[in-house]
Write a protein that binds this ligand. Structure first.
Ligand code: 13P
Length: 254
């Protein structure tokens, strides 16, 4: 059985005070049988780290530099993130890819740097609406994963998490149906298996895109969906905790 993961991507939200109280509310209700991760902006990491320390809730960053150090203005390295207690880093989120020019090659380099620092990347893949309508979803996702395999090698996802986030489902309230998500998750596991059969069985593949307390159960009930990467609903502790409980419930019986 794969231990499910529910990760909250807080994106560019909150103040020092509000993220600390959100973290306090989340840690106040421990959820068994699920790995819970919260990902605030880099500047809020130390405040949130102080709250989640020794609670079982893990800390993730939303991005990391491909470089370890040097003349890279505005970047933050994985080693620096580790110093603040991060165990996970979101890499290649579609907002990074579409708004900030993170190419497939750049995402692969960031992924490699996170692994080199001993942290766990949460590597995001997903297609746009046009790509889905053109029937190219599996090709697009395959290309995004392949960039990491090409750079890192066949074990690129042995110590990583994958998040499938269809771009058209992010922040739109339009979630993929459990069947649509399962189809792509199964294809992703197959792509990992083509490189490393053992890693494919172990890798957690999260679904992201308008997951909420009302639709989490049916998504997590699918055999290849091992939890979720949550945006909007992660900003309300009651909703986020309900999603964590859905993951614990559904993935246990999978
Ligand atoms: P929403 O849950 O707000 O759709 O965002 C999903 C996401 O982008 C998580 O990384």
């Amino acid at each position: 059985m794969r231990l499910p993961i529910v990760a909250g991507n807080w994106k560019l939200n909150g103040s020092r005070e509000s993220v600390s109280s959100l973290a306090r509310e989340i840690t106040a209700t421990p959820v068994a049988d699920v790995e819970v991760i919260v990902c605030p902006v880099a500047l809020h990491l130390s405040d949130v780290a102080a709250v989640v320390e020794n609670t079982g809730v893990k800390l993730g960053a939303q991005n990391a530099s491909a470089a370890e150090s040097g003349a890279y203005t505005g970047e933050v390295s994985s080693t620096m993130l580790a110093e603040y207690g991060c165990t996970h880093v979101i890499i290649g989120h579609s907002e990074r890819r579409s708004l900030f020019g993170d190419t497939e090659a750049a995402c692969a380099q960031r992924h490699q740097a996170v692994l080199a620092a001993g942290l766990t990347p949460i590597f995001c893949v997903g297609e746009s609406l046009e790509e889905r309508e053109a029937g190219t979803t599996v090709d697009v996702v395959g290309r995004q994963l392949q960039a990491a395999f090409d750079l890192v090698g066949s074990d690129a996802f042995s110590n990583a998490v994958i998040a499938y986030e269809p771009v058209w489902a992010i922040g739109t309230g339009k979630t993929a149906t459990p069947e649509q998500a399962q189809e792509i998750h199964e294809a992703i596991r197959g792509m990992v298996a083509a490189n490393d059969a053992e890693a494919a069985q172990a890798v957690r593949i999260l679904y992201g895109g308008s997951v909420n307390a009302g639709n989490a159960d049916e998504l997590f009930a699918k055999p290849d969906i091992d939890g979720g990467l949550i945006g909007g609903a992660a900003l309300k502790s009651a909703d986020f905790l309900a999603i964590c409980q859905a993951a614990a419930r559904q993935c246990k019986t999978a």
